[in-house]
Design a protein around this ligand. Structure first.
Ligand SMILES: [Fe+2]
Ligand SMILES: [Fe+2]
Length: 278
């Protein structure tokens, strides 16, 4: 175990209070301009953005539906209050992506139809992360909410890997690309609001894992084992199906993995876990 950095992390109660001040509504984001932008994209750009938006639609459906177990595993009322807000946030995100599908990408349909269509372009690594690892860890936690290792494993997958690595890489590069080119400004507004919510979620995960490892150093092994299992798959899952697709974004090979790993490593230092075995 490495020594955790002595940085003050917000408690669940502070994060809950932040949430009270940070409301926004998926239905209030104006999406009237993006349809024209979408129609005028070049083919390579549209294919890549369609794939990214499909990933976001499916990821957010998984993330909303595979979360209740953590609310049940709360240790006190303050943590339960915070976790309840995160459950609401994830549903708001799913609603925003579904609304974007309804109004810009496809014909209006139920969320399940958008998710099913979006799934058609996603590969095996994505399925392993969201349909296998996440679902199994959530089922385990749901059945045994008092099992510390189950909670640590779930938060490692959800907050460290999905939100703190995969989600952070997507929002960083996608927002930069769209802002630089002045594309899909309505989507950028909604996605920016989502990214701000995600900062609160990642802060909770960092706080929880630091507490858990400080209480029981053996929990560092649980975090490390899960990261070693998932990180190679994460880097595959952010590789689009067509070769050279990231050239469209003007992103160099390896830049995404480097950014994601850098962010994760800084967070692991706060938690007091190193990726190398102790
Ligand atoms: Fe989310
Ligand atoms: Fe989140």
């Amino acid at each position: 175990m490495s020594t955790p950095a002595t940085v003050n992390l917000k408690s669940p109660q502070e994060l809950y209070l932040d949430w009270e001040q940070a409301h926004w509504a998926a239905q209030d984001v104006d999406i009237s301009r993006d349809s024209a932008d979408w129609a005028s994209l070049q083919d390579g750009e549209r294919d890549l953005l369609y794939w990214v938006l499909s990933s976001l639609m499916v990821a957010e459906e998984r993330i909303s539906t595979q979360f209740c177990g953590l609310v049940l595993a709360q240790d006190d009322e303050e943590e339960g209050s915070y976790l309840s807000t995160q459950l609401v946030d994830e549903n708001r995100h799913m609603q925003f992506y579904a609304r974007f599908q309804d109004e810009v990408i496809a014909d209006p349909a139920a969320i399940g139809s958008h998710v099913a269509r979006a799934r058609e372009v996603l590969g095996e690594p994505f399925k392993y992360i969201f349909d296998d690892a996440l679902v199994k860890a959530h089922d385990r936690l749901r059945l045994e909410p008092g099992d510390r290792a189950a909670k640590v494993d779930f938060v490692t997958i959800y907050h460290m890997v999905l939100e703190g690595t995969l989600g952070l890489v997507s929002s960083h590069f996608l927002l930069e690309f769209l802002r630089e080119r002045g594309l899909l400004p309505n989507f950028v507004e909604g996605y920016g609001l989502i990214a701000a919510d995600e900062q609160r979620h990642i802060a909770y995960g960092t706080w929880f894992l630091r507490e858990a490892v400080a209480e029981d150093p053996a929990m560092a092994d649980v975090v490390r084992a899960r990261l070693r299992d998932l990180l190679p798959v994460v880097s595959e899952s952010i590789t689009p199906p067509s070769e050279g697709a990231w050239d469209v974004l003007g992103v160099e090979d390896g830049a995404l993995a480097e950014f994601g790993l850098g962010a994760l490593t800084r967070r692991l230092q706060l938690i007091g876990v190193s990726l190398e075995a102790a």
